[in-house]
Design a protein around this ligand. Structure first.
Ligand SMILES: Cc1cc2nc3c(=O)[nH]c(=O)nc-3n(C[C@H](O)[C@H](O)[C@H](O)COP(=O)(O)O)c2cc1C
Length: 318
């Protein structure tokens, strides 16, 4: 069963993915955070850089499109196919207020009839196989029942389900019953995503749904970048964690402002990475830093000297 690294906009950049793959073997595929098609139907220099396959190659990358416009989706899918990709993913899950208010991401789940028309348009003569990543509704898990028969109608190459509503963002428990309904009713290959934070979570989910195409892990891998390596029989090596941290910092510092851009990016990463440390005050100290020159030695020192927990303490985020 494949174990993929979730797309995380603003975090799992191309630099991040390539350095992670070099330091932590075992991730089957890395999903590229969503690309929003531009009105001019031109890939920007930044989008092209993110889509460059690099050492991972087309087979280990999944590009994703965020739009509610079928013509824009088709254009982006064609452009992505022309680069050499063999699959494109549709985002039906992004919960961000600015995205949902425009009817994109999880906003597309609000009107099942409109979603049906959108899917009909993009699946008709699609230029390449389309996979979908979705939530189970906007406000209420009961909405899933109306969405399932619509999803069942289209030749989705693989469906990733994050069993939460848009309203739930990433908080609280997941709706396992909604995922079971999908497994029972949908003909397409399925992937589970949500709250897989430990090796035991991964094992339990693999045992519970043996027929799945795979699992997708997001925050669990930010907290313990070796989580998939460990699930596949490897170990978490402190030197690998340090190398990952230092190489990512060095790469970002080549083209980003230390305090204005690298610091906020590393704070977002450390929100999760600090869950590996027994002392939760470490994160409070890191969070207070206003300069990269203060943050970096503190963060590196923690990685070099502190004990690391066996499993990340996700309960601290509740
Ligand atoms: C900061 C952040 C950025 C994200 N960006 C994307 C994205 O670009 N596309 C997407 O489909 N999901 C995105 N997600 C959702 C994750 O891919 C994943 O579904 C979510 O984190 C739940 O999985 P987890 O419990 O393993 O973290 C993002 C989540 C976070 C926290």
């Amino acid at each position: 069963m494949g174990l993929d690294f979730a797309p995380m906009e603003g975090v799992t950049s191309r630099d991040f993915r390539e350095i992670h793959a070099a330091c932590f073997p075992g991730v089957d595929r890395y999903w590229i955070p969503f690309l929003s098609p531009t009105a001019s139907h031109q890939l920007t220099a930044r989008q092209l850089r993110e889509l460059e396959p690099g050492p991972l190659g087309f087979d280990r990358l999944v590009p994703q499109i965020l739009t509610k416009d079928a013509a824009d989706f088709r254009w982006a899918a064609e452009a992505i196919g022309a680069l050499g990709y063999r699959e494109v993913n549709l985002n039906l899950g992004c919960p961000s207020g600015t995205v949902v208010s425009k009817g994109k991401g999880a906003g597309l789940l609000r009107d099942p009839a409109a979603l049906d028309r959108f899917l009909e348009a993009i699946f008709t003569n699609a230029p390449l196989p389309i996979s979908v990543k979705t939530r189970i509704g906007v406000n209420d898990p009961a909405e899933w029942e109306a969405l399932l028969p619509i999803l069942a109608r289209y030749p989705i190459s693989e469906l990733t389900v994050h069993p939460r509503t848009r309203r739930e963002f990433y908080k609280g428990g997941i709706h396992a019953d909604a995922f079971r309904r999908a497994a029972a009713l949908l003909p397409c290959p399925l992937r589970f995503n949500g709250n897989l934070f430990t090796g035991a979570d991964v094992q339990r989910t693999q045992a519970e749904y043996p027929g799945l195409a795979g699992l997708m892990l997001g925050r669990g891998l930010l907290a313990d970048p070796a989580l998939i390596t460990r699930c596949k029989g490897g170990t978490r090596r402190r030197e690998a964690l340090i190398a990952f941290h230092e190489e990512l910092a060095a790469r970002y510092l080549c083209y980003m402002h230390p305090d204005g851009a690298v610091l906020p990016k590393f704070k977002e990463l450390w929100l999760y990475l600090s869950l590996l440390l027994p002392d939760e005050r470490a994160w409070k100290r890191l969070r207070k830093c206003t300069r990269w020159a203060d943050f970096h030695p503190l963060a590196l020192g923690l990685l070099q000297n502190e004990a690391l927990l066996e499993e990340a303490a996700f309960s601290r985020l509740d």
